[in-house]
Design a protein around this ligand. Structure first.
Ligand code: NDP
Length: 399
């Protein structure tokens, strides 16, 4: 297991406290944003003032409504996506080795499933079966239903990890309730041979990246457990908070000047390109075992070893040229850049549509430390050698 362990009682208490805070406040924050959008004309500060003057009734008078129709519609969506996940054909892909030593298979049919979904939605709205704005018109109820769905998954998979943990070394529970609920649990819970709950949740309810091969080599795909952080993040926070720009612009149209449009387009393209090239360079380094060229030169790598729970030792490489030779997390630089560029079209009227960029920046900075602690625990000396070669995390010479 590569996770750095909390060894002292103080770190256990801190972990429990922080996990409890995050489990309790994430849904409240999400709901606060929803109320700000619906009842305070997207003004977070007006909503905050109202909350401070009447903290209890601010929420109790605006409790989320979950209707039977919304539950039926949401479940139909999940079941439909699950059918596509299982039945749409696609090649099989062998993911990187898990901490337990397994290499799991995934069916790569995300793009075909997306095409079927979009084609059916287009036909249903063209034929008049479905109002194309149905989700936008019932957005608050949809978010509330997604919350209920994610709480159900979190509960079910927490209990499953406790009662019937997988016996392959890929379940990690510390016995500390809040930490395990937030962070612990099974790595790749499966029903049958190919239905992987974490991959399904990430690729069909939230993140588009999870459709791609690169997902399997990321922190989310390879190391994040199927627990609160992963489930609530992908099923509720990303679909809600990462789409606030569109929702905001529907009610607060902004006319951008030509230079602003050019700046936004260039910013987005640059961020997306950095992210894509960084992810591709890392994937190529693993695919070719470091035997490839970047910019006409042989890629430089550091040899690394790690151990899996089945007692075996494996070797791999850490890429230290290309973008990965400039900073240790070049893909985050790209993500942060295009997140800000995608918020800028919302102008300077309100903070609310900038939440994606603020959260992505915070998450990526936090991930720099979290991922590095894990890599240090996994690779030891080899990670220290890589850090000697590549000293900065995100901005050369600064951070
Ligand atoms: P990463 O793609 O950054 O993967 C981290 C893993 O890559 C490490 O755990 C390690 O895994 C491996 N690795 C680290 N350094 C090297 C190296 N030098 N050479 C080879 N392998 C290395 O994980 P994330 O899940 O954090 O990010 C995935 C994607 O999502 C990125 O594109 C990121 O920018 C984006 N992102 C987007 C967010 C958003 O909300 N828009 C938020 C956060 C991330 P191993 O054990 O295999 O060695």
């Amino acid at each position: 297991m590569y996770e750095p362990k909390a060894t002292s009682w103080t770190s256990v208490v801190v972990n429990e406290f922080v996990s409890l805070q995050l489990v309790a406040t994430s849904p409240i924050l999400d709901w606060f944003v929803s109320i700000s959008y619906d009842d305070f004309d997207s003004s977070l500060s007006s909503a905050a003032k109202a909350f401070l003057s009447e903290p209890i009734s601010f929420f109790t008078s605006r409790l989320p409504t979950v209707t039977a129709t919304a539950v039926a519609a949401y479940l139909s969506w999940v079941v439909f996506q699950a059918c596509l996940y299982v039945f749409v054909p696609g090649p099989l892909h062998q993911a990187p080795r898990t901490p337990g030593g397994r290499r799991l298979l995934y069916r790569l049919n995300g793009f075909s499933a997306w095409a079927v979904t979009v084609a059916l939605a287009a036909y249903a709205s063209y034929a008049g079966f479905v109002d194309p704005a149905v989700i936008a018109k019932h957005w608050t109820t949809t978010i509330a239903t997604a919350m209920v769905y994610s709480f159900a998954l979190i509960g079910i998979f927490y209990i499953k990890a406790r009662v019937v943990p997988d016996n392959k070394g890929d379940t990690l529970l510390t016995g500390h309730f809040w930490y395990d609920l937030f962070n612990g649990g099974e790595l790749h819970p499966r029903t049958g041979q190919l239905f992987d709950w974490k991959h399904f949740n990430a690729s069909r309810t939230g993140g588009i990246l999870a459709w791609t091969l690169i997902f399997f080599e990321t922190l989310d795909g390879a190391h994040e457990r199927f627990s609160f952080y992963n489930i609530f993040g992908f099923a509720v926070m990303m679909p809600h908070l990462w789409t606030l720009q569109t929702q905001y612009l529907a009610t607060h149209p902004v006319r951008l000047s030509t230079p602003a449009v050019v700046l936004v387009v260039i910013g987005f393209a640059v961020g997306w390109t950095i992210n894509h090239i960084a992810n591709e360079q890392k994937a190529a380094s693993r695919r070719t075992n470091g035997k490839f060229r970047i910019g006409g030169q042989e890629a430089k790598t550091v040899e690394a070893k790690y151990h899996t729970a089945d007692g075996k030792t494996h070797r791999t490489i850490l890429l230290c040229s290309g973008l990965w030779g400039i900073v240790r997390h070049p893909n985050y630089v790209g993500s942060i850049t295009y997140a800000w560029a995608s918020c800028l079209p919302c102008g300077s009227g309100h903070l609310l549509p900038y939440l994606e960029a603020i959260l992505v920046t915070g998450i990526c900075i936090h991930r720099c430390f979290r991922d590095e602690a894990r890599c240090k625990a996994k690779y030891g000396e080899a990670w220290a050698e890589y850090c000697q070669h590549v000293k900065s995390r995100l901005i050369p010479g600064v951070f």
